[in-house]
Design a binder for this molecule. Sequence first.
Ligand code: NAG
Ligand code: NAG
Ligand code: NAG
Ligand code: NAG
Ligand code: NAG
Ligand code: NAG
Ligand code: NAG
Length: 293
Amino acid sequence: MHPLHLPGSFFVFFIIITFVLIHAPKFASSVDERYANCNRTFACGNIENIGYPFWGSGRPDYCGFPGFQLNCKDSILEITIMSATYHVLGINNQSRILNVARADYQDDLCPAFLINTTLNPDLFEFTSDTQDINLYYHCPPHPPPPLTHPPPPLTPIPNQEIKCFSHFTCNVNETTFDGYYLTRNLSELPNLASIATAISGFLGSCGEQVVLAANQSEIQSVEASPCQSGENLAEALAKGFGLKWNANNSLCDRCTGSGGQCGYNTVSDKFSCYYSDQPYHTVCPTGQFVTSL
Ligand SMILES: *[C@@H]1O[C@H](CO)[C@@H](O)[C@H](O)[C@H]1NC(C)=O
Ligand SMILES: *[C@@H]1O[C@H](CO)[C@@H](O)[C@H](O)[C@H]1NC(C)=O
Ligand SMILES: *[C@@H]1O[C@H](CO)[C@@H](O)[C@H](O)[C@H]1NC(C)=O
Ligand SMILES: *[C@@H]1O[C@H](CO)[C@@H](O)[C@H](O)[C@H]1NC(C)=O
Ligand SMILES: *[C@@H]1O[C@H](CO)[C@@H](O)[C@H](O)[C@H]1NC(C)=O
Ligand SMILES: *[C@@H]1O[C@H](CO)[C@@H](O)[C@H](O)[C@H]1NC(C)=O
Ligand SMILES: CC(=O)N[C@H]1CO[C@H](CO)[C@@H](O)[C@@H]1O
């Protein structure tokens, strides 16, 4: 027997190989766990089969996409977009449309904090049947003459032709104040130009303005019965509107098409695809899979 003579560098290599062999199976199984976890969907209230790009409520962040965290509160599913919280009324994972309604407009038009409905355009866009609604708060109590019935009562507002303009009253922070809403863009009412000018001048003197989104067909029924003190608008807002989402959709299609589970690497900040039998991959834009251990 020759004495075993290992150069130092070979010895280090031997140690590393031994380490990898000992730890590899454990590493692989902890990655399988990600596949298994992300394969599990969750349910909240009557919404079932919630999967990618959504996470939260026990579904880990690496199974979803940033900006798609859901919160299940008393069987109501919620999502927060640009600091406004919405009730999720439906999820269509085929068309990738989310139906949402502002949580703070469920009961009336008078939330304590006024927040516009705005989107992160990288992630969401309004469906084509969605329209804007403008609400005005802390308005002067008496609209100018062309907008009022003579003499009192001054509300509800007036001219039956202007079905897009209505009054409501709020009681917030122990103060009562007047609000108005517009369901149309006044510049689209050319035959009512003079009264439109009076309305926009009046609304310009209100303290705050909020822009919300609503389902167009629901607003048509609000306009069919105007001057309802805002209750019918609140009901229409509670029916929700559509949001189309993009969470690297095409990468996810490719991933599921190849038997993977879509997810997100929160360390490298990139879309990830998990497989049951192999460690962990990132999908390249070309469609090839690269192991990125
Ligand atoms: C999408 O819908 C299908 C069929 O309804 C369902 O089996 C699946 O779990 C859903 N996937 C996600 C990611 O929500
Ligand atoms: C109610 O009071 C809070 C705190 O002072 C304030 O931020 C908020 O704007 C008020 N809401 C309304 C509708 O006046
Ligand atoms: C109203 O219409 C004008 C002119 O068409 C347009 O510039 C403006 O953006 C519209 N405003 C809203 C809130 O839709
Ligand atoms: C909402 O958006 C409108 C128009 O962009 C703006 O004038 C208004 O100040 C915003 N309201 C709030 C509460 O941020
Ligand atoms: C808008 O409302 C109509 C009528 O109720 C409905 O058919 C449609 O699906 C709604 N759109 C969205 C995006 O929810
Ligand atoms: C994935 O989504 C992120 C964030 O929206 C975006 O910046 C990136 O360009 C997307 N990548 C691909 C390949 O679609
Ligand atoms: C939601 C989802 O992708 N479920 C899958 C979990 O894994 C089983 C077995 O591989 C599939 O049949 C399910 O479709």
